[in-house]
Structures are given as C-alpha cells and as structure tokens.
Design a protein around this ligand. Structure first.
Ligand SMILES: [Zn+2]
Length: 463
C-alpha cells in the first residue's frame, strides 16, 4: 500500500540508469524499501530481454507543476497532485508559486509542505518562490527568506518577470544564494488578446495570433540581462521554462555554446503536439504538415479548449525544434507544466479559456510515442526526466543530486511496461484536472510501480 516500505523483485527487465550511463538487461531487488541489488545480465541470461518490455528507471523529476493549493483546490490539491505525479512515475516535483496567495513568503511554503505531509505521499515536494511580491512584477519578494526556507528557485510563472531592472536584481540576489531565476519567457506587449499560435491554422480558424517573437524577445532580453549580471555575480543562473519555438531554442543553443549559465526545459505537449490539433487533427508532431485540411487529417471538432495553453501549441517546425533540442541537449529537461483546471474554467470560448494541460500522467506516454517513432532514444528520454532536471536543481533534492539505480540507497524508481498500452480518459487520471487534449488517445508505457524515497508511491492494482 501507499507509503509502506516494500520488498520487491523485478527480474529480466530493461534497466536505464543515466547517472552511470548504462542501460541493458538486469534484475533489481528491494528489501524494506532499500535497493539492495542491481544485477546486470549478460550472455544467455539476457536472451529475450529488450527495451520494448518492462523498464526500470530512476524516479522522474518534474521541474514545473501547478498544484493549485492554496486557493485553487477545485482544480487540484497537493494530495491529488502528488498522487497524479506518482501515477505518472514522478517521485520529485517542483511546485510553481502562482497559488492564491502566491508563494512569496515562507508561510505559504510551510502551508504547502504541511499539505504534502498530511497527504502521506512519499513523493518529494519542492517549490519555487515568487520573484516579486504577489507576482505583481513591482517589488522583489523576500528572496533571502525564501532561500533560507528551502525554495529551489524563483519564478513569477504564469507571467514573465515583467521588467528588466527587476530581472537584473532578481538574478543577482538569487545568484548570491546559488538559486536560478526560472522565467516564463513571454513579451506581454505582443500577446495581449492572443488566442493561438500565429500561423496558418490560426488564420484559417480566425483566432488572434500569438507570435513566436513574443517568446524570442523575452529570451533575448533574459540572456542579455544574465550576461550583464554575471560580471558582478558569477553565481547568477537562469532557467527558461517551457520553451516552444525554434528561434528561442536557437538563442539558448548559442548562449550555451558561448558559456552562459543558462538551462531550459521543454514540455511533452510542445514537442509532440502542434497547432493542427486546434483545428481538429490528432496526429503527432512528426506526422504533421501544418495544413491538416489539405491532408484530410481533421478527426475532431475545432477549438477544443483543452488545447489552450501558454505558450500555445506551435507549428510542426517548432515542435520538431523542441524535440531536436531535447535530443541534442540544448534542452536540459522535460517538464510537464502540469496545469490542472476545472471544467468550468475550460467550458468557455477558446480565446478566454484558462491556459494549461493536465500533464503529469501522460508525459511518459507522450515521450514514448516519440521513442516508438524513432525520434528520441529511450535513454535520452529517461535522462531528461531524471539526471537532466537533477542538474538544474543542483543538490536541492533529498536525493542530493544522486539520481540513479544505486545499491544501498532508498529505492527511488519507476517500473513501467512499454508493451502495455492504455487509453487516456478522465477516469484514468488521478489528477483533479481532466483537461488534456489526449483524452481518447492510446499511449504506450503503463506505470506498474513507483517507489519514492524507499516507499510505495504508486502501485498498479493488478501488479
Ligand atoms: Zn508558464
């Protein structure tokens, strides 16, 4: 049962351990919650064990989730969010601070932590603090107090850090504490009233366009300010979250090549879905052309508000750039931007629906679709869910930066079966947020067991 310290043996599985750079056939043994043996199988013992069956990987880390508590408990609670995380294979999640009230002082962090303890979930809850008081963009929050209280970064997510002077000060203060500023890159002057990605699909559907330039201008500003701050504060760090355009990822690729301490993540939906879905197509990004009408790819009605997300689902060329950035390491991590909403907040016109996709429980399946299509190596997908985000966190997880299949440590791992397919429905999701455009889609890779910190976080009923 959830929370107990299990005895478990998984035999003849495919072990993926990015920390050691190894993958291959093997067995694991867990005794009283401790991973006591990791055995690699070779030769005849390994016969018939492939990477297309049962896989064991370190527990996943999500740098960006919205748990809605306090203030939005109709959409999600800490308890339901942590349950959804475990169901999706995640054992560490980082909550964003755009709650009501915002997590801009240690008292709110204490409240969120108390909810996590009360939930009984062994999933590790980390949190980002707000950059500005009330996320209003005007005055810096008490970054030092929040750092002392244990936040893992600072973000006004939902919104960008509004002004360059505030960003400059925030990068300097946070850098002095060794923490990153996690920016949602959006130039609001270009997105007022924007509804969907500015392009062919939005033109045909009559939706007001949301230009790539809004993200790219913000990324360029952030990188320029970071370079400036670094002269005085060598510890300054910038993390750009949910990047979605080819141009923005190109800027980060060049910045990294020039040595700037910038990291970034991409979401499963931005690399696997496109704006074609808003028109009613349901094919993966790597199958898309950008003109779903010409290809007769329309299989659903247009304007489904589950597809409304910030940044918006982009053109196929941008989704391909997100995937390429993941493959080549420009993107350090996959983050879900899990954004649960109530039906009420989505049952409105497309352009005014709440932004966000409930993503914790479909992230693995979406990435495995890319793996199955030959677009993403399995080991790289696992890396982007484990050691990649762990590096962004530095040592600030209870796993202390050591994320791997390590003998003698509390078991923190996920077991999933790539051969088992499941169909996404509201009933299959443990999150209160049923707002996903993947409802009805069949995904591979059912999670069988998730162990977090040596305890059972999720166990499929039939295992
Ligand atoms: Zn955001």
């Amino acid at each position: 049962m959830t929370g107990s310290r299990p005895d478990l043996e998984i035999s003849r599985a495919w072990l993926v351990d990015p920390a050691s750079g190894r993958e291959g056939p093997g067995d694991i043994v867990v005794r009283d919650g401790i991973l006591t043996a990791v055995t690699r199988l070779t030769g005849a013992e390994a016969d018939g064990i492939g990477m297309d069956g049962v896989v064991v990987a370190p527990g996943f880390i999500d740098l960006h989730v919205h748990l809605r508590e306090p203030g939005g408990e109709d959409a999600e609670t800490v308890a339901s969010g942590l349950a959804a995380a475990a169901h999706g294979g995640f054992t560490t999640v980082c909550a964003m601070p755009n709650t009501t009230p915002a997590l801009d002082e240690p008292g709110v962090l204490a409240q969120v932590r108390a909810a996590a303890i009360a939930s009984g979930s062994p999933v590790e809850l980390l949190a980002h603090g707000a950059v500005t008081v009330g996320r209003a963009g005007e005055r810096l929050a008490a970054l030092g107090e929040l750092a002392d209280a244990g936040v893992v970064g600072f973000s006004d997510d939902g919104l960008p850090v509004r002004s360059a002077p505030i960003l400059r000060a925030a990068l300097a203060y946070a850098g002095a504490f060794g923490l990153p500023i996690v920016d949602h890159a959006e130039d609001l002057s270009l997105t007022a009233d924007a509804e969907a990605n500015d392009g062919f699909v939005s033109t045909v559907l009559g939706l007001r366009g949301w230009p790539d330039a809004a993200e790219e201008m913000a990324v360029a500003r952030d990188l320029a300010v970071l370079a400036d701050v670094l002269r005085d504060v060598p510890g300054a760090r910038l993390h750009l979250t949910h990047l979605s355009t080819a141009g923005a990822l190109g800027l980060v690729r060049r910045a990294k090549a020039s040595g700037l301490p910038v990291t970034c993540d991409v979401t499963p939906h931005h690399l696997a879905l496109t704006d074609e879905w808003v028109a009613g197509a349901r094919r993966w990004a790597w199958e898309a052309s950008g003109d779903p009408w010409a290809d007769v790819a329309i299989v659903a009605g247009p304007y489904a508000t589950a597809l409304r997300v910030n940044p918006p689902l982009r053109a196929p060329v941008d989704a391909a750039a997100c995937l390429a950035a993941l493959v080549d390491g420009t993107a350090d991590a996959v983050a879900t931007d899990h954004a649960p909403h109530t039906d009420v907040d989505k049952a409105v016109e497309f352009g005014v629906a709440a932004n966000g996709i409930s993503g914790l429980e479909t992230a693995l399946g979406v990435l495995l679709a890319a793996v199955d299509a030959g677009r993403l190596p399995l080991a790289r997908a696992v890396e982007a869910l484990t050691t990649g985000p762990a590096r962004v966190l530095g040592g600030r997880s209870r796993r202390n930066g050591t994320v791997g299949l390590v003998e003698g440590a509390p078991a923190d791992l996920v077991v999933f079966d790539r051969a088992e397919r499941w169909t996404v429905s509201a009933d299959t999701l443990w999150s209160r947020g049923k707002n996903t455009p993947l409802i009805g889609k069949e995904l591979a890779g059912r999670v069988l067991v998730t162990l977090a910190g040596g305890r059972i976080a999720y166990e499929a009923p039939d295992v």
